[in-house]
Design a protein around this ligand. Structure first.
Ligand code: GLC
Length: 825
């Protein structure tokens, strides 16, 4: 890193925050009063007449000292696709930043009252949808409360989703806080983290319900903690905008949610390659050394990321002249080696009267202000800093324009950080969330300012939108690549998420699985963690295990802090280098498969990484499965998250499962002990799948090999299906039909290839088809030679099994052209 920058920070700011003070955030204690029905003339209302789906009614809290202040209107609407909304408001409902498109209103269901039924005659309207009752409306001057009760006759609800959270995949039994926070510790008791997505799956009696509370103000979700069958939600605002819907599977439920809030557009193919980062590679000679070392070691990689030290004193949209005197020259040279550059961008602008971005923003009144109109000054990496007001479209366009300074030198992607927004002037007692004070104002396009009590959770969304606009302004033909630390529901339309500042702890490798799954099923398909951990020093073994796991996550990046040991694939010696290369090659060979999964993420909101209950919702062994997941449709991944492990227990759901490395065939459902020495990620292919892959390239800009491989893993009936999506891997022409979607189906020894859509000539000329035979797990053979210890530092050799089980288990192998047709194998 640049030593000058470090001095600058020490002089200017309180570093308490970076020293990780204890700062447990507790929900406030409040006395709520019940909201009851009232007639429009103020009299007590008669629920049976006034309330039905599609209707409107009035509420107030007559027993409270706030009788008139508490008055609220409620509208119940029915949309097609079986979605219900409850709007509770006093004066206005602000424009939603999360909802992309509402489904059409379903007039007929509304007229009939829909599937909702009014259940409580006691002047507290309560609606029933299947097993759920929504009601329990309550008032406090600082918050509204409502509850969702699950009438499961003894069966407790299971709760999933809710975005980026520490802890178990299944969320019941605690209070969750929706408030974007730069939380540096990530220990299980700490909540919230950087992202707030107030959307949950509630599973009760085999039915799946979605609850989405679209309000960016702070929310507290008591998920079946105070009462075992109740989710009670407090929203610190004067309105509620609630969506309630039902589906017969978690997949169908998520589809409804992503219809509402949008999906992630296909990333450029390079974004799915490997990204190498550290805080920070400095100066440019160091960046060149990193690039050259990748190539010297024959390691596939697409991106080098520049953390904050590329800037001049952490001034956004500048370059450090001594460390990076010629960014354009450097980036061109990197491009010649097959590397793209992604730069970090923080929102905090150094309050320096000599700095043009600051001067321009100040002169145009683009920064967030305090209620008296003065610009608020906080502190971030550059010392004293001001915050652009991303609630205004003109500020977003200005910010987008500023990216010229990065793009003109050839920067390809943007990494938005610190956008909770972080503010180091917090303190453990009075401002423990280390963000800007709630009194701050966002001016908004309507001209009515809103306080940060409401805008806070939208701040990152505003910034991410501005970054998207930067791509539209400067590179309209590029898809753009944006990764963010913070965000709110719907963020997936603009950015992917990495899970921030974890530590090089085995516990954090373990925690990464449910954390990424929680985000994935909350609509965010592009997700990843800092491989090896950000803070503290990784061990060789931890890095190797994390690396093999991360190769099977959507966003694959190694990163580490400024005071830790390096996290490059070669930083831990020869064995870890070999393991890293092995998994990089595997990742790159699977890019056609991964890219196809991203096509489904865009078109259907299907997560790329998904929990097992998603596929087998009936199997209760999977209901709390925190340490296994599906990657795409075909792979089950069971990462090793403990030191010195030689074996891993896995539970395999129903069906046939092929061990990826040696084709051992396991019949599910059942428990298994699987060999898992250091080089071997427990990885299974689901019987009935066809996996497309290709020869690994050093980067995605290199030419594809002429041969596509199709590995067929038959199910019990000897059949299998698969699909492949391909297009130009960059640009928007795929949206005009310039893509091909090819399906494969194998049955009775014949492979059929069909073009469901033919708008792009695939880069491969031929297909190498291989049918796997499988070897019964019961055969008694010891499948793998196991080393005596799992620690690569103490090993003489590392066993790196051959991907796709090598040749020995292949029943049939044949080359066919990439054309529609049927082939006997
Ligand atoms: C924040 C980010 C981290 C980055 C650092 C310096 O802590 O989360 O990834 O390296 O800031 O920019």
């Amino acid at each position: 890193m640049n030593p000058e920058n470090r001095t600058d920070i020490d002089e200017n700011i309180d570093l308490a925050h970076t020293e990780n003070p204890t700062r447990q955030i507790k929900p406030p204690q409040r006395d709520f009063y019940p909201l009851r029905l009232r007639g429009s003339d103020g009299s007590a209302g008669r629920p049976d007449e006034q309330v039905k789906a599609g209707g409107q009614f009035e509420l107030s809290a007559p027993e409270s000292p706030y009788a008139s202040q508490s008055q609220r209107h409620v509208a119940v609407s029915v949309y097609d696709s079986g979605m219900y909304s409850f709007r509770v408001w006093k004066n206005e409902i602000p424009e939603s930043w999360a909802v992309k498109e509402l489904p059409a209103a379903d007039e007929s269901a509304a007229a009939a009252g829909g599937a909702l039924a009014l259940t409580s005659p006691a002047q507290v309207p309560e609606f029933t949808l299947g097993e759920l009752r929504i009601g329990g409306w309550q008032f406090h001057p600082d918050a509204l409360r409502f509850s969702i009760v699950c009438d499961g006759e003894g069966e407790l609800p299971r709760v999933y989703g809710m975005g980026e959270k520490m802890g178990r995949l299944e969320r019941s039994g605690r209070v969750w806080d929706m408030w974007n926070t730069d939380e540096p510790e990530h220990v299980p008791s700490r909540d919230p983290l950087y992202v707030s997505i107030p959307f949950a799956f509630v599973a009760v009696k085999g039915e799946w319900y979605g609850v989405f509370v679209d309000n960016p103000a702070r929310q507290y979700w008591d998920t079946a903690l105070s009462r075992l069958n109740t989710i009670s939600i407090d929203v610190e605002d004067e309105y509620l905008d609630i969506y309630l819907f039902k589906a017969d599977s978690p997949r169908a439920l998520l589809r409804k949610y992503t219809r509402l809030t949008g999906t992630t557009a296909l990333p450029p193919a390079w974004g799915l390659g490997y990204h190498q980062s550290r805080y920070s590679y400095y100066p440019e000679a160091e960046v060149r050394r990193i690039a050259e070392t990748f190539r010297r070691h024959n390691l596939p990689a697409d991106v080098i990321q520049f953390d904050i030290d590329y800037m001049d004193g952490y001034r956004i949209f500048t370059w450090d002249k001594s460390g990076f005197p010629d960014p354009g020259g450097l980036i061109t040279d990197l491009r010649d080696q097959g590397f793209k550059v992604v730069t970090i961008v923080d929102p905090g602008i150094k309050a320096d009267p000599e700095y043009s971005v600051y001067k321009e923003g100040r002169d145009r009144n683009y920064f967030c202000t305090l209620p008296d109109g003065s610009v608020y000054t906080g502190a971030v990496w550059p010392g004293k800093a001001v915050y652009p007001d991303f609630s205004r479209s003109e500020v977003r366009s200005w910010w987008a324009g500023m990216h010229r300074e990065l793009f003109k030198h050839g920067v390809s992607g943007i990494w938005n950080d610190m956008n909770e927004p972080a503010d180091f002037t917090g303190d453990p007692e009075y401002r423990p969330d280390y963000t800007v004070p709630n009194e701050l104002q966002a001016a908004t396009d309507t001209g009515t300012p809103v306080s940060f009590a409401r805008f806070h959770n939208l701040y990152a969304t505003g910034m991410n939108r501005a970054t998207r606009e930067a791509f539209q302004q400067h590179h309209p033909d590029h898809r753009g690549f944006v990764i963010t630390r913070s965000g709110y529901a719907g963020l997936q339309r603009d950015a992917g998420v990495w899970t921030g500042d974890n530590c090089s702890w085995w516990e954090h490798l373990e925690a990464a699985v449910p954390m990424l799954l929680g985000l994935s099923i909350s609509g965010v398909s592009m997700v990843g963690s800092d491989t090896g951990g950000f803070q503290e020093d990784s061990s060789a073994q931890l890095y190797a295990r994390w690396f093999s796991f991360a190769a099977f996550t959507p966003y694959f990046r190694s990163h580490t802090a400024d005071d830790t040991r390096a996290h490059e694939p070669w930083s831990f010696g020869e064995h870890v280098l070999d393991i890293s290369r092995h998994y990089l090659n595997l990742r790159y060979s699977l890019l056609p498969y991964i890219y196809s999964a991203f096509y489904r993420a865009e078109t259907e909101g299907e997560p790329v990484m998904k929990p097992l209950f998603f596929e087998w919702p009936q199997d209760l062994r999977l209901a709390e499965m925190n340490d296994e997941y599906l990657f795409g449709d075909s792979f089950l991944v069971a990462p090793v998250t403990r030191a010195d492990t030689l074996w891993r227990h896995v539970y395999l759901p129903e069906g046939n499962w092929y061990d990826f490395w040696d084709d051992t065939l396991y019949r599910g459902a059942g428990d298994r002990l699987i060999p898992a020495p250091i080089g071997r990620l427990p990885l299974f292919v689901r019987g009935g799948c066809i996996v497309p892959h290709e020869a690994p390239r050093l980067h995605t800009g290199a030419e594809h090999s002429s041969v596509l491989s199709l590995d067929i893993y038959p199910d019990e009936k000897g059949a299998a299906t698969g699909e492949l999506y391909c297009d130009a891997e960059e640009g928007w022409n795929y949206r005009d039909g310039e893509y091909s979607l090819i399906t494969f189906s194998f049955r009775a020894g014949k492979l059929s290839i069909e073009f469901q859509h033919e708008g792009f000539t695939p880069p491969w000329k031929e297909i190498e088809v291989r049918v796997h035979g499988g070897r019964s797990a019961e055969s008694g053979e010891t499948p793998v030679p196991l080393e005596t210890t799992a620690d690569p530092l103490r090993l003489e050799t590392v066993c790196l099994p051959e991907p796709f089980a090598g040749e020995q288990r292949i029943l049939v192998q044949k080359r066919v052209p990439v054309d529609a047709g049927q082939h006997s194998l």
